[in-house]
Ligand binder design. Structure first.
Ligand SMILES: [Fe+2]
Ligand SMILES: [Fe+2]
Length: 330
């Protein structure tokens, strides 16, 4: 039912015969594996899709700092605190590279942030779930950064130059994030009975939200086909979700934890696991603003933006003063 609701013409790939000369030449460049740079001609749809995708990605990095930032003051040791601080700082950096990549397409960071705060742009639904215990910080690194890597590694080959270059740098840092998360899980899973229980509980709560990170099933995905023709998207949602499950099952086994899915079983024929789909009605509820932490996340972002306005004003005043001094000296 909802498939009919969300399917639009955006899912149709434009046929070569419908394209203008310019569009055909553009598609040929993409098909040859050339990178598209900001000053090159591009179809309006390509530019818009990229702004939406890169913007959404940047917002996810920034909002994604909140659930983990929540634990910086409560990290169990100085070392864990330093590691978590570095990780959360990395996410801020990822957001900044991505806002810069989006800016090359003619949209400013301020405009993107305004759209986010007005609820007109999304960020990953996973960050609307709470981090209730220290084990959640382990599970977030292991599963959420793990899923992010699965999504982002292929994007290093995306057709838009600035996006693909940002991804190369981001992926290097993401693999550190995933390992630090798994390291926390190892400690917890091999710790006291209570720590093991916390680790299992974190996996139980974050498993399906992590599977949702790949987006709706291919048959219901709105933007897939055209984005794949433009190489803005390299793999389908279902392909990436399958890869993630296949990689994660043995990692859970090594921890001695149980993935909360009775239908999980190896399928020899497809060479991968069969698994239960997440509850997609929950996904759409969270996406539409009704997740456990949506309001809290947006309030925190808006507050940070408002309280930081004096810094932006001071930087602008300083830049203007410098510019004026330079002009006067000329
Ligand atoms: Fe990141
Ligand atoms: Fe990360």
């Amino acid at each position: 039912m909802y498939a009919q609701m969300v399917k639009t013409d955006a899912n149709k790939v434009r046929d070569l015969s419908e394209m203008t000369e310019e569009e055909r030449a553009f598609q040929a460049r993409i098909d040859r594996g050339e990178k598209i740079e900001p000053t090159d001609w591009m179809p309006e749809g390509y530019r818009k899709t990229l702004i939406r995708q890169i913007g959404q990605h940047a917002h996810s990095e920034i909002v994604g700092q909140l659930p983990e930032g929540n634990w910086i003051t409560r990290a169990p040791t100085l070392e864990r605190k330093a590691i978590l601080l570095a990780k959360v700082q990395d996410e801020a950096g990822h957001g900044l590279y991505l806002y810069c990549a989006a800016e090359t397409l003619g949209v400013s960071r301020d405009e993107l942030i305004e759209l986010l705060h007005a609820g007109k742009m999304k960020y990953s639904s996973i960050f609307n779930y709470p981090t209730l215990t220290w084990a959640d910080i382990g599970a977030v690194g292991w599963l959420v950064d793990g899923a992010a890597i699965m999504n982002q590694v292929p994007l290093q080959r995306t057709s838009f130059g600035p996006y693909s270059r940002a991804m190369i740098r981001i992926c290097k840092e993401e693999s550190f994030h995933q390992r630090q998360g798994y390291d926390i899980m190892m400690k917890m899973a091999n710790g006291t009975a209570e720590q093991r229980r916390m680790a299992q509980d974190a996996l139980d709560r974050l498993w399906y939200p992590s599977l949702m990170m790949f987006g709706p099933s291919d048959k219901d995905s709105v933007h897939s086909a055209q984005s794949m023709a433009w190489k803005i998207k390299i793999n389908t949602n279902d392909e990436l979700r399958q890869k993630f499950v296949d990689q994660t099952v043995s990692q859970a086994e090594y921890l001695g934890l149980t993935i909360p899915d009775e239908n999980l079983s190896w399928n020899d024929e497809k060479g991968g696991y069969d698994f239960s789909e997440p509850d997609w009605s929950e996904f759409f509820e969270v996406l539409s603003g009704n997740g456990p932490c949506n309001r809290e996340r947006m309030e925190a972002r808006v507050k940070a933006w408002e309280e930081g306005s004096w810094v932006r004003d001071a930087l602008m005043a300083h830049a203007n003063k410098k510019e004026a001094a330079k002009t006067a000296a000329e």
